[in-house]
Design a protein around this ligand. Structure first.
Ligand SMILES: [Zn+2]
Length: 176
């Protein structure tokens, strides 16, 4: 996931969340370059994309229709993400995918054996703490997420054999 640019606020008017979400999804998908904003999974089926409230609705109802609070997200991330953002407010905040200079691989790596997303060990200590909180907040390694990630990576295995030194991300970009 490359840094996401918030320049194009679509200014959608809708009275229900369902209607709003339907209208906003194409914009969010374009912004995330058709990847899940959180786990970086590429949407082969764009209908699977969901509009996620970065700060959850149960704690920040006033942000329900706030463009800056929304991200394209896969159903698994949407399910596993923590619904308590406020507990991070006294510790280094999780990293937002639309932060200046953000890229998925700046902060994270894939463990190809376990399917888990792990911290990039080259980070400075402060960034490491934020990356750790992000993994926790976004539920990267909860439930069946690592297993489903492994399945996806196995499908891509042929390409990693051909190009062993390039990243999963690069491969996905090239073969989508
Ligand atoms: Zn995801």
């Amino acid at each position: 996931m490359k840094e996401q640019n918030r320049d194009t606020n679509p200014s959608i008017s809708a009275c229900s969340w369902q209607t709003y979400a339907k209208k906003v999804k194409p914009y969010l998908l374009k912004q995330s370059n058709f990847h899940c904003s959180y786990c970086d999974l590429y949407f082969q089926n764009r209908n699977l994309c969901e509009a996620d409230h970065y700060k959850p609705k149960n704690q920040f109802l006033e942000l329900e229709f706030e463009w800056n609070n929304l991200f394209a997200c896969c159903p698994i991330c949407n399910k596993q993400k923590d619904d308590d953002y406020k507990k991070y407010q006294n510790s280094p905040l999780p990293i937002r995918p639309d932060e200046a200079g953000y890229s998925f691989f700046k902060y994270f790596r894939f463990n190809f054996l376990t399917g888990e997303i792990i911290i990039n060990e080259n980070l400075k200590m402060a960034d490491k703490t934020r990356a750790k909180n992000t993994i926790k907040y976004l539920g990267f390694n909860k439930g069946d997420k690592p297993t489903s990630r492994i399945r996806f990576l196995k499908n891509m295995r042929n390409y990693t054999n051909i190009y062993p030194s390039v990243s999963y991300r690069f491969i996905v970009e090239c073969y989508k």
